[in-house]
Ligand binder design. Structure first.
Ligand code: BGC
Length: 705
């Protein structure tokens, strides 16, 4: 472990260049609208410096959309006695701390250049949770052992890549010795962005009106023991934003931090989890919640939650089922407003999903596997691995379960929140349009209704027929759509008639949904085990134990075409259905048989896999096994065990850990009287305490062994 923890802080006390990329992701701060990676203020070779504005995607020519990094506010070029400050010269002391209580990131470095005095340099930065347009940075420098001459430059830097080339083109700037405004147009010409910054610094400040990097320059002399502080604030306003935000307030850093702390405290009251007996797990869950809250938009202006949150360039910030299934259920029970905002994003994407369905000659809505701003499919058709031939990606065309996953998240939110206004408008429309997609998608023959040629959650097997997960979710979806139509007709006749007119619902539609659900096959069952897809039971058997432990995935070891023919799976598929649908695990013998069969066949080749297994093991009465998997899941972001930490954090792992704790170990569920738990805690967890919201009312839960 390279990280140092306190209950409310994550820290490090050594600078290890080899880990710097991953730590940039780990030390990301955000306020739901803006996020900034934990890259250092001073440039670092190999850095992936980035600030993101949630939802502000750009479409580079000939490529799929990317949440481009906006011009940077964090860069500070500092020279001590004319020697550039950089950690390429190893520091005499280094400490960085992320405070989960208020979102302030602090870094203190003791540094001397060759033949310079020792300087103590402290940076603090925050993206205040209560003022989502603003950023604040403070730099405090002290001359420790000898007088030093400092040169400092900082401004707004549009040369940052996204991840390679800049996403924003400068179109104008204006400034003086303390204020700076720069305007940009996105490279696709679709958006405008205005960044304003303000500097409060002593010394003779001059403005360098560089086209791509306008910046202030100041030169200062500090005597031994003397120190100075500069404060810089910035704000981002895009053509997406409605009202002009108030001008940059003339407040000090501490006031920004205090406001942020108040807003965070409110969130924490709703979502802290206490585990008596396991401070390490408790901290990991707090970190997970922090990063989800930092990336979840605080308003329903249109942004969703990306698979890498806003912490890196992985997956170009596209939104996958990771959010709907692994994050939104957790938010639903702790911060339902944030869950609702993500669902509002999905609703905004409904037209894109309709276009996708129509493109396949089908009806209703087929959600994008990778979604950006419009809801149109953004999965790249090809991937070009660094070594080897380009590989065709079919997930955008074939991973159809996404449509049912969105419906599932919406329905789960409705059950917990009681938000009938949501369900009677956008929720019902999404669910019904999705069901229509299934209705136009299935092939019916005399043996039942089939969904052929899909990719299930297990992406190692491509274009399979009657995938158990997909069919079971589609069946669930069709039945829910039927019941939502009936509920609407009975309880909200006005909303029902509006929707009937808008969607052209006919009186027989609910009945047809139900009938089709009854016809959908779930595949073969052998010794109680569901066949993952037609033909899975005949695949070559691979003994995964024999290649355990391994440092590379089975995808890397066997290659795509061989993987098709063997019974190794990337992530839970039949078990995913058991995890998501209580009805699928109602018979304990069936649940156990499927666990015994599929768990040993799973490669955990996806970051989604371990937390689902952890929660399900606990649900099936194996909390110790669940805990073993839970610890491994913790390592994905906190130890970079998958080796891709520099690309960003894993939303589904972080949400999955929280969900494994609440819905798995603590057995959180709903019955008619409200939230219930059915504890299956590991040995050393004496109690787990948390608060959930049900129909707007908080319920304090305490689960004991
Ligand atoms: C997983 C998917 C996941 C995606 C984004 C893939 O490797 O197999 O289930 O949605 O990553 O995290």
């Amino acid at each position: 472990m390279t990280l140092e923890w306190d209950s409310w802080t994550l820290g490090e006390t050594r600078y290890l260049p080899a880990l710097a990329g991953w730590h940039e992701s780990l030390f990301t701060i955000g306020n739901g609208r803006l996020a900034t990676r934990g890259s250092f203020e001073e440039p670092r070779t190999g850095e992936r410096r980035a600030t993101f504005v949630n939802g502000l995607f750009v479409h580079p020519e000939g490529d799929t959309a990317v949440l481009g990094a906006v011009p940077d506010w964090t860069r500070v070029d500092l020279a001590v006695d004319s020697v550039p400050f950089t950690l390429d010269v190893p520091p005499a002391g280094f400490q960085r701390t992320l405070s989960l209580a208020d979102g302030v990131l602090t870094r203190t470095v003791l540094w001397r250049g060759p033949e310079t005095g020792l300087a103590r340099i402290r940076f603090r930065r925050v993206l205040p949770l209560d003022r989502p347009h603003l950023c604040a940075l403070e730099l405090h420098i002290e001359a420790m052992t000898a007088p030093i001459a400092l040169t400092l430059e900082t401004g707004i830097d549009a040369t940052v890549g996204s991840p390679t080339r800049p996403a924003w083109v400068p179109v104008g700037q204006d400034g003086d010795r303390s204020n700076l405004t720069a305007s940009y147009r996105s490279i696709d010409g679709a958006h405008d962005l205005e960044v304003t910054a303000r500097l409060a610094a002593a010394g003779a400040v001059t403005l360098i009106a560089d086209h791509a990097h306008p910046r202030w320059r100041t030169v200062l002399n500090l005597d031994t023991g003397e120190s100075m502080t500069i404060t810089k604030t910035a704000s981002y306003r895009s053509s997406h934003d409605g009202d002009t935000p108030a001008p940059l307030p003339d407040t000090g850093f501490d006031e920004f931090a205090a406001g942020s702390k108040r807003a965070w405290s409110q969130r924490w009251r709703q979502c802290s989890i206490e585990i008596d007996g396991d401070p390490e797990a408790e901290r990991a869950l707090r970190f997970a919640a922090f990063q989800l809250l930092a990336a979840a938009p605080g308003d329903a202006a249109g942004a969703g939650i990306g698979a890498k949150l806003m912490s890196g360039f992985g997956y170009r910030h596209h939104v996958f089922w990771d959010s709907d299934v692994f994050v939104v259920p957790y938010l639903t029970v702790t911060n339902p407003d944030l869950a609702a905002n993500h669902l509002a994003y999905r609703y905004r994407c409904l037209d894109g999903a309709r276009r996708k369905a129509a493109g396949f000659g089908r009806q209703g809505a087929f959600y994008a596997w990778e979604s950006a701003d419009s809801g149109d499919e953004m999965t790249p058709a090809w991937t070009r691995p660094p070594h080897g031939e380009p590989v065709r990606i079919l997930t955008g065309e074939l991973q159809e379960h996404i449509t049912a996953d969105v419906a599932w998240a919406a329905h789960h939110y409705w059950r917990w929140s009681g938000d009938d206004a949501f369900m009677s408008t956008s929720g019902a429309e999404m669910i019904i349009e999705g069901a229509r997609y299934w209705a136009s998608r299935v092939d019916v023959n005399d043996r039942g209704a089939h969904i052929n040629g899909v990719i299930g959650p297990d992406e190692y097997h491509i274009e399979v027929d009657d995938n158990h997960f997909t069919n079971r979710m589609a069946r669930w979806h069709l039945r829910r759509a039927a019941s939502v139509v009936r509920w609407l007709g009975a309880e909200h006749p006005d909303a029902y008639h509006r929707l009937v007119t808008k969607l052209g619902i006919d009186t027989g539609e609910a009945t047809r949904f139900d009938r089709l659900a009854g016809q959908l096959v779930l595949g073969a069952q052998r010794n109680r085990v569901w066949e993952q897809f037609s033909g899975f039971f005949s695949l070559d058997v691979v003994d995964l134990e024999a290649v355990t432990p391994r440092t590379r995935s089975m995808y890397d070891l066997l290659g795509e075409s061989r993987l098709q023919k063997v019974d190794v799976i990337k992530q839970p598929d039949v078990l995913m259905a058991l995890a998501m649908l209580p009805a699928a695990r109602r018979d304990p013998d069936v649940a156990r048989a499927n666990w015994d069969y599929y768990a040993p066949r799973c490669d955990h080749g996806s970051s989604l896999s371990l937390p689902v297994h952890a929660g399900l093991a606990a649900r099936l009465g194996e909390p110790e096994e669940g805990y073993r998997l839970f610890r491994r899941a913790m390592g994905i972001d906190l130890e970079d065990s998958m080796g891709n930490g520099a690309d960003g954090l894993h939303a589904a792992t972080l949400g999955g850990l929280l969900q494994a704790t609440l819905f798995g170990f603590a057995g959180l569920g709903l019955d008619r009287s409200g939230p219930i738990t059915s504890g299956g805690l590991p040995e050393h967890w004496r109690t787990v305490g948390f608060t959930v919201l049900w129909r707007g009312r908080p319920h304090d839960m305490e689960v004991t062994r």
